[in-house]
Unconditional design. Structure first.
Length: 375
């Protein structure tokens, strides 16, 4: 009986350590990525990022904030929690990527930091009602957690007032998280208008044509189309909960090619049957969009087709370990530039560009890919 109890204790302890290590692995992935991007893309102090972002997130997972060890190098950030360690590295024009080996030029990075940190005057209205409303948005809740960094108020497409929480300013690149999805839909829209990509195309056929092994697509329904993915009606059995071990956290912080994760899950329902919000769908879209560029570096394409036409302030859209832009989550733009992705679909200066948005309408009875032409 004693031996049985010992075995049970050992098994329980091993299971607990395995679960703890899994949580720590995701924790260090998130922390290293956020610290690297915050320091080298947004040019914010490491202490500010730890206090406002990383530590509060880790407190929600088994008190892991107590075990965090963070180190910022010349072009990388490393975080350790218990038995897990992760490093994210910065590359010029691409931002930060977990487990990447290439590094940036430290001198050029420092020069950019100095330039972007220079004082830039914020727009302020003389309307006391507007300013009072902005005051309220920056007031922290009794229990904390609001953490407002930037507010822009617009009228007829123009900024009438803006405010930032120091050290954030008008030229600070801010992570848009899922606003990247609207941006990715816009990039796909450009290629659709040009005939470089077709919403009705078979995802499986296209992936096979560009060299994806058939074994990696064994769970993918032949009927799955790009439109199913971009409208989040893929039917893929992808879990969007943000807990250690879930599909989305493994995808974002597990150090694997992100577009492969949702496809490996197989289908919960047939494509086109229902709308289910999915970052996984968007990252498959990102891979297919990038494949449509015919070998051109996506940063060059975005500079020419979007940044220069809109006069954007050098946004950075970060890739995963395989070099594919993380279309679900990892785009950094200034607050002023982000307004182009949420301003009613209006992206001035884009001529015939179509701005595509994913909406929450039920499927398949209603179209969810809307295009608004801008003249």
């Amino acid at each position: 009986m004693f031996r049985v109890l010992i075995c049970i204790v050992i098994f329980a302890a091993s299971a607990a350590l395995w679960l703890l290590h899994g949580a720590a692995k995701i924790g260090v992935g998130y922390s290293a990525k956020q610290l690297c991007s915050g320091v080298f893309v947004s040019h914010l102090p490491a202490d500010f990022l730890l206090e406002k972002d990383i530590i509060p997130r880790l407190k929600t997972v088994a008190g892991m904030d107590r075990f965090v060890k963070a180190e910022v190098g010349e072009t990388s950030a490393t975080v350790s929690i218990l038995t897990a360690t992760a490093t994210a590295s910065y590359r010029d024009r691409y931002g930060c990527t977990l487990h990447a080996e290439e590094a940036a030029n430290p001198e050029a990075l420092e020069q950019e930091r100095v330039e972007r940190s220079a004082a830039t005057e914020a727009v302020q209205s003389n309307n006391p009602v507007v300013e009072s409303a902005i005051d309220a948005l920056f007031e922290e809740l009794p229990g904390g957690g609001r953490n407002t960094l930037a507010v822009l108020v617009m009228q007829d497409g123009e900024i009438v007032s803006e405010r930032y929480a120091a050290p954030v300013g008008p030229r600070t690149r801010l992570q848009g998280w899922s606003m990247n999805k609207s941006l990715m839909a816009s990039l796909v829209g450009i290629q659709v208008d040009r005939g470089a990509i077709d919403l009705s195309m078979s995802v499986k056929e296209r992936l096979l044509a560009i060299g994806t092994p058939a074994s990696a697509l064994s769970q993918v329904d032949d009927a799955l189309s790009l439109e199913h993915l971009i409208t989040m009606a893929s039917g893929l059995d992808f879990d969007e909960r943000y807990l250690p071990g879930d599909d989305v956290t493994e995808m974002l912080y597990g150090g694997v090619p992100m577009w492969q994760v949702p496809l490996a899950q197989g289908h919960r329902v047939d494509p086109g049957q229902e709308f289910v919000y999915s970052s996984g769908d968007t990252n498959v879209v990102s891979y297919l969009w990038q494949a449509s560029l015919q070998g051109e570096a996506y940063v060059d394409w975005i500079d020419r087709e979007v940044n220069q036409r809109l006069g954007l302030d050098n946004p950075l859209l970060e890739p995963d370990i395989s070099g594919v832009q993380v279309g679900s989550s990892f785009a950094y733009l200034t607050a002023r530039d982000w307004r182009h992705t949420v301003n009613g679909g209006s992206m001035p200066g884009m001529g015939a560009m179509r701005f595509c948005r994913v909406t929450g309408k039920s499927l398949p009875q209603h179209p969810v890919l809307q295009r608004t032409s801008t003249a």
